[in-house]
Design a binder for this molecule. Structure first.
Ligand code: FAD
Length: 393
């Protein structure tokens, strides 16, 4: 393997691949190192939904990302499968106390220019006849574009390669080298790769590597479980979501797991909602969970069963749906729900690009552009200050 590059990007998820693609397109000599395969982490294991992020701060990242995905869908050899039109969300309301959270999410979407509509029980069942009879109603949100997240990540890596980047898989970066307060490269099994700039895009594993450079990243991992099922007949046309599931601006971040709470087993206290996603070939994706991820082996495997129970309660026809596959992925969660995109304060030349939580697809390509602009010292297309590494969280 080569022993130097202008910029080393660590991580072959959507963020690392997007950064590498943007840097290479700007003529930078880039080497991307991924410890497993491309899209091995959450980037290849998520819902693949692109929708308004319900936060005005990230609005420009979202709009640029969506535009880049459209262009990539048109130009890539891979089938990215981005919907031309939104499939539409319905937030289901089961009890009176759920109306407020459902309306809050709908109004946050409306603030971003998305059409919304309140549905009473009859309107809900007219739109989705299979929904359980005890649902009071809901909110329709005209949003939600599906794509294949693994194909998207690979397409970005291919773009990076065709623009001249070197993309290496099965290379685990063990350490970020720091000399005299400056990033000097990385160390992996093959040896040292010198670089003046290191971009850390290691998803939920970023803090581990950041520590080797003496940098503390305020973030944690949240595992989400997904289940692919084949129903016996037609189940739904829209994305069906439980009230209060999506994170919005100002929501509290993930609770910190302490030795005390860990000892009491509270790290397994799951944040479980429900998201039923109609997909290709009549299959459905069931998901909607966030549980603290602290270990290498997947914790909380019972969570997928809880999601299945919730799904059947919301849509009884799902009881007979055949379960084809169950898997999980770990989201890189910042403390305030905003991505972490900026220079590490203590180490010159170390750029951090992570913390996208449940929005890494929605914001990925825009984040890659912003990081590339900062690395190359160009004007940035948005104010990067909300995303700085040290922001008192
Ligand atoms: C169940 C679920 C559903 C989701 N649904 C959506 C959705 O619908 N829409 C949306 O926008 N977002 C969604 N997300 C969130 C999205 O998947 C993440 O925000 C995004 O994938 C994060 O990308 P990343 O590149 O930062 O991290 P990752 O995908 O985790 O990539 C990081 C990569 O870095 C590599 N790496 C780590 N350490 C090293 C090292 N030392 N050396 C070399 N390589 C290393 C890892 O192997 C990994 O491949 C979902 C997530 C989950 C779990």
């Amino acid at each position: 393997m080569r022993n130097s590059a202008e910029v080393v990007v660590v991580g072959g998820g959507i963020i690392g691949c997007s950064v590498a693609s943007e840097l290479a397109a700007s003529g930078v000599d880039v080497l991307l190192l991924e410890s497993r395969e491309l899209a091995h982490g959450a980037s290849g294991r998520n819902h693949g939904l692109v929708f308004y992020p319900q936060n005005l701060v990230t609005d420009p990242l979202y709009r640029l990302s969506h535009g880049i995905y459209r262009d990539l869908t048109a130009s890539s050899d891979l089938d990215i499968g981005l919907d031309d039109e939104p499939v539409g969300f319905i937030i289901m309301v089961k009890s009176e106390d759920q109306w407020a959270a459902a309306e809050r999410e709908a109004r946050a979407c409306e603030a971003g220019g998305v059409r919304i509509e309140r549905l009473d029980g009859d309107q809900l069942r007219a739109a989705e006849p299979q929904v359980a009879g005890d649902m009071l109603g809901g909110w329709f949100i005209e949003d939600g574009y599906r794509l294949d997240p693994r194909a998207l990540t690979l397409a970005m890596a291919l773009s990076a390669r065709s623009a001249g980047a070197e993309v290496r898989t099965h290379v685990d970066v063990k350490q970020i080298l720091v000399r005299n307060g400056r990033a000097a490269g990385v160390v992996c099994d093959e040896g040292v790769v010198s670089a003046k700039t290191v971009v850390l895009a290691g998803g939920p594993w970023s803090p581990k590597l950041a520590r080797t450079a003496g940098v503390n990243l305020e973030m944690s991992g949240a595992r989400g479980w997904l289940m692919l099922v084949t129903p016996k007949g037609h189940v739904c046309d829209h994305l069906l979501e439980s009230s209060g599931w999506h994170v919005q601006a100002g929501d509290p971040g993930p609770a910190r797991v302490t030795a005390g709470s860990y000892g009491r087993g509270e790290d397994q206290a799951a944040d479980i909602g429900l998201l039923i996603q109609p997909g290709a070939g009549g299959n459905l994706l069931l998901g909607g969970s966030r549980i603290p991820s602290l270990r290498q082996d997947p914790e909380g495997s019972q969570v997928a069963r809880m999601i299945a129970r919730k799904a059947v309660a919301a849509v009884p026809a799902l009881a007979g749906a055949e379960v084809k596959e169950v898997w999980s992925g770990v989201r890189p969660m910042s403390r305030d729900g905003l991505p972490i995109l900026g220079w590490a304060p203590q180490v010159e030349g170390l750029m951090i690009a992570t913390g996208h939580g449940g929005q890494g697809v929605m914001l990925g390509a825009g984040s890659g552009r912003l990081v590339a602009e900062m690395v190359t010292g160009r004007d940035t297309f948005i104010d990067p200050s909300p995303f700085v590494v040290e922001r008192g969280i």
